[in-house]
Design a protein around this ligand. Structure first.
Ligand code: ADP
Ligand code: MG
Length: 248
């Protein structure tokens, strides 16, 4: 059982406050969805959890299994089990998917063996309907939007995190790929002691990855939490409806 806990977090970028008194606790065995209008700080939240140096944590705390993670580097957080499937994954020319993942996985596993690693990697490419020749291409270079998103899921399956963040994983995916990605994520989630924090604007992803909790954020903080029925209400009423905090 793992717990990520965010307490009274204030975050800024270039002196612009993005998150203000943000609080959230996520345990393994739970799926949380964060919803809110564009530019409100959803991606910022995931990147701060992962330790991006672009953002300044002004105050507050983030712990994973009661250990303060704010003082840790990104790779140390990743080794603790934190993982982010990014909204816009980077392209890295000259570093192949195979080399990238081999370096990451072997630094995490004491008993790393090349052959089983390659077999598992190929199986994951197959499971996502990706050509396994792509394993040897430069990381995300020339990939379509959807292929980049699938590549994030391959990284997830290989790195075996316990805290999974999915930032608009559905954007760029066609309907069949979305189903495949949703099923692969749920399969992993059910078989492992893990938690999911997902960000999406669309109901369709939530048909596959059903959230136990939905949080609406506005002006840098959670203004409303509820169960998955909240998604329908957002669809009907829009985000402004929740802004004054009095509406159910
Ligand atoms: P979203 O909720 O759409 O994911 P983001 O977390 O990406 O929003 O962004 C929150 C706000 O922070 C936006 O106004 C965005 O323009 C701003 N922001 C994010 N990254 C930077 C950056 N590197 N420099 C300046 N502003 C940024
Ligand atoms: Mg975003």
């Amino acid at each position: 059982m793992h717990t990520l806990k965010i307490e009274h977090l204030d975050v800024s970028i270039n002196d612009k406050k993005i998150l203000k008194d943000f609080n959230l606790t996520i345990n393994s065995g739970e799926i949380h969805a964060i919803m809110g209008p564009n530019g409100i700080g959803k991606s910022t939240l995931t990147k701060v959890i992962m330790g991006s140096s672009d953002y300044k944590v002004e105050k507050g705390k983030i712990t994973y299994d009661n250990k303060d993670i704010l003082s840790l580097k990104t790779d140390e957080r990743a080794r603790m089990g934190l993982f982010l499937a990014m909204q816009s994954p980077s392209e890295i020319e000259g570093v192949s998917n195979a080399d990238f993942l081999k370096t990451a996985v072997s630094s995490k596993e004491d008993n790393f063996k090349l052959l089983p690693f390659i077999k598992e990697l190929e199986a994951n490419y197959n499971n996502l309907n990706m050509d396994k020749q792509m394993i040897h291409r430069s990381l995300n270079v020339g990939y379509s939007g959807g292929e980049k998103k699938k590549n994030e899921i391959i990284q997830l399956k290989m790195l075996k995190p316990s805290f999974i963040m999915l930032d608009e994983i559905d954007s760029g995916l066609d309907v069949d790929s979305l189903k495949l990605v949703g099923e692969q994520i749920m399969d992993y989630y059910k078989k492992n002691d893990s938690a999911i924090l997902l960000i999406t604007h669309y109901q369709r992803l939530l048909d596959y990855i059903k959230p136990d909790y939905v949080h609406i954020i506005s002006e840098g903080t959670v203004i409303k939490s509820g169960d998955s029925t909240l998604v329908q209400l957002i669809e009907e009423k829009g985000y402004d409806y929740f802004k004054d905090g009095t509406n159910e």
